[in-house]
Design a protein around this ligand. Structure first.
Ligand SMILES: Cc1cc2nc3c(=O)[nH]c(=O)nc-3n(C[C@H](O)[C@H](O)[C@H](O)COP(=O)(O)OP(=O)(O)OC[C@H]3O[C@@H](n4cnc5c(N)ncnc54)[C@H](O)[C@@H]3O)c2cc1C
Length: 395
C-alpha cells in the first residue's frame, strides 16, 4: 500500500493541523503531553478539551455522517492520530466510549441505540468503562459469572468486575454478563449497557504502584438497566464482546508508536543532558529502541493494509500488541539505566502519596501493558495457533 498522502488526504491533514494549532492554545496549551496511563492530572480541562473536539466533529471521525461522524477512511483516521500526536495534544478521556464501544455499537446496535448513545459520546456528556474482567475471568473471559436476569422491562445484574479503568469517572459500562444460568463457557452470555449512577453499583478504587488509582473493583447488587440496553441478541453476547476486543487489540492502538516515539525522544534528550550518551551500552540501547519504534510503525502499516484490503484485522494486531508492550517495558527499564540512582528517588507530596516524573511513571505503568488487552502469553497462543498453525493448546 502506498502511504503517500493523496491530494484529498493532504488537504485533510492540513485541516487537522490548522484546527489543532488554533485550538490547542489558551487554557488548553498547558495540556501538552498530559494525561494517559497513571496520569489523571488536568482531568477537568481535558474533559473541556474533548468537548471542543466533539463540538467540531473531531471525536468520532470514523462514524457515518448520519450519526455525527465524518465517515473518515482508515487513512484519514491515521492522519488525524498522527497530527494529534505531533501536536502533543493530551491523552483522550473518551477512549473506551469512542475507541471501543462506539465501533461495537455501530456494528451491532439498533438504529435507536446508535441515536441514543453516539451523540452523548461525542458531546462528552457520557463516558464509558469496560466491564469484562472478573476475579476468575481475565484471560479466560468465557468464565464470566456476573449474572443478568430479566425482570419485566429491566435486567437485574449481580456480580463483581475488577480492573475497571475509569469506572469512577464513567456514566455507563458495557458489560459481559451471564444471562443463561445453565450455560457454560462462551455460550449464554449477553452484552449489557449499564448506567453507573445507581444505588446497586459500588465502585472501589484499586491503588497501583504508580500511586494513582485509575482502575477499580465494581460490585453489582441488584443493579438495573432497561431491557432495551442489550447489544446484539440475548445469550449471544460473545461475538459482540469479541468485536470490542478486536478494536482494542487493533486499530485503537494504531497511533501508539507515535506517542512512544515522543517518549523515546524525551529519553534521548535526558540522556544527552546527563552525559549518559557517552556510555556505549546506553547508546546501543537507545539505538535499539529507535529500531523498535520503526518496526512498530511498519507493522502498523501492514495491519492497516490488511484491514483496507480484506476488511478484517489480521494476525498483525496480535504481533503488534505483543511487540509494543514488550518494547515499552524495555524502554522503561532503559530510562532507569539513564537515570541511574536518581530513578529510585520519588518526591513525596503528602503523607502516603508521591509524585512520579514522566519516565518513572512510564517505567512503572509499562509493567501492566503486557497484561491488559490480552496478555503476552495469550497473544503468543493466538500467533502460535492462528498464524503458525501449531496444534491448539491442551485444555
Ligand atoms: C492497567 C490495566 C487496565 C485494565 N483495564 C481493564 C478494563 O478497563 N476493563 C476490564 O474489563 N479489564 C481491564 N483490565 C484487565 C485485563 O484485561 C486482565 O488483567 C487481563 O485480561 C488478564 O487477566 P487476569 O488479570 O485475570 O490474569 P489471568 O487470566 O489470571 O492470567 C494470569 C497469567 O496466566 C497467563 N495465562 C492465562 N491463561 C493462559 C493460557 N491459556 N496460556 C498461557 N498463559 C495463560 C496470563 O497470560 C497471565 O500471565 C485491565 C488490566 C490492567 C493491568
Amino acid at each position: 500500500m502506498d502511504f503517500t498522502d493523496t491530494p484529498d488526504e493532504a488537504r485533510f491533514r492540513a485541516e487537522v493541523r490548522s484546527w489543532l494549532a488554533v485550538h490547542l492554545s489558551g487554557e488548553f496549551a498547558e495540556l501538552g503531553g498530559r494525561g494517559g496511563p497513571a496520569d489523571e492530572s488536568g482531568w477537568d480541562t481535558r474533559v473541556e478539551w474533548e468537548k471542543l473536539l466533539g463540538r467540531d466533529r473531531w471525536l468520532g471521525i470514523s462514524w457515518p455522517e448520519e450519526y455525527g461522524g465524518r465517515n473518515a477512511s482508515f487513512a484519514e483516521q491515521v492522519i488525524f492520530n498522527e497530527e494529534y500526536a505531533k501536536a502533543d495534544a493530551p491523552a483522550r478521556v473518551s477512549f473506551f466510549g469512542e475507541g471501543l464501544f462506539a465501533p461495537t455499537l455501530l456494528a451491532y446496535g439498533t438504529d435507536e441505540q446508535k441515536r441514543r448513545f453516539l451523540p452523548k459520546i461525542q458531546s462528552v456528556e457520557e463516558l464509558w468503562c469496560q466491564g469484562y474482567s472478573e476475579p476468575n475471568a481475565g484471560s479466560d473471559l468465557a468464565n464470566v459469572a456476573t449474572r443478568g436476569v430479566l425482570d419485566g422491562d429491566q435486567w437485574v445484574v449481580n456480580g463483581q468486575k475488577v480492573w475497571t479503568t475509569l469506572a469512577h469517572r464513567s456514566q455507563w459500562c458495557f458489560c459481559v454478563t451471564r444471562t443463561d444460568p445453565e450455560s457454560h463457557g462462551h455460550h449464554g452470555l449477553s452484552y449489557l449497557l449499564i448506567p453507573m449512577d445507581q444505588p446497586g453499583i459500588e465502585v472501589r478504587p484499586l491503588k497501583q504502584m504508580t500511586g494513582t488509582a485509575e482502575f477499580n473493583e465494581v460490585f453489582f447488587t441488584d443493579a438495573r438497566t432497561d431491557k432495551a440496553n442489550l447489544l446484539g441478541e440475548v445469550n449471544d453476547g460473545w461475538k459482540v464482546a469479541m468485536a470490542t476486543l478486536g478494536f482494542e487489540r487493533g486499530t485503537a492502538f494504531l497511533s501508539q508508536q507515535l506517542a512512544f516515539q515522543r517518549e523515546l525522544q524525551e529519553l534521548i534528550e535526558v540522556a544527552q543532558k546527563r552525559g549518559a550518551t557517552a556510555e556505549p551500552v546506553i547508546r546501543q540501547e537507545l539505538a535499539d529502541s529507535y529500531i523498535g519504534v520503526q518496526i512498530m510503525k511498519y507493522n502498523g502499516m501492514r495491519m492497516l493494509t490488511g484491514l483496507v484490503k480484506k476488511g478484517v484485522l489480521g494476525p498483525e494486531s496480535s504481533i503488534g500488541k505483543l511487540y509494543w508492550s514488550n518494547w515499552h517495558r524495555t524502554l522503561g527499564e532503559r530510562a532507569m539505566h539513564v537515570l541511574g540512582a536518581d530513578g529510585a528517588i520519588i518526591e513525596k507530596s503528602e503523607p502516603g502519596a508521591y509524585e512520579l516524573d514522566e519516565l518513572q511513571r512510564s517505567f512503572m505503568f509499562s509493567r501492566s501493558e503486557t497484561i491488559y488487552a490480552g496478555s503476552s502469553e495469550i497473544q503468543r497462543n493466538i500467533i502460535g495457533e492462528r498464524v503458525l498453525g501449531l496444534p491448539r493448546e491442551p485444555k
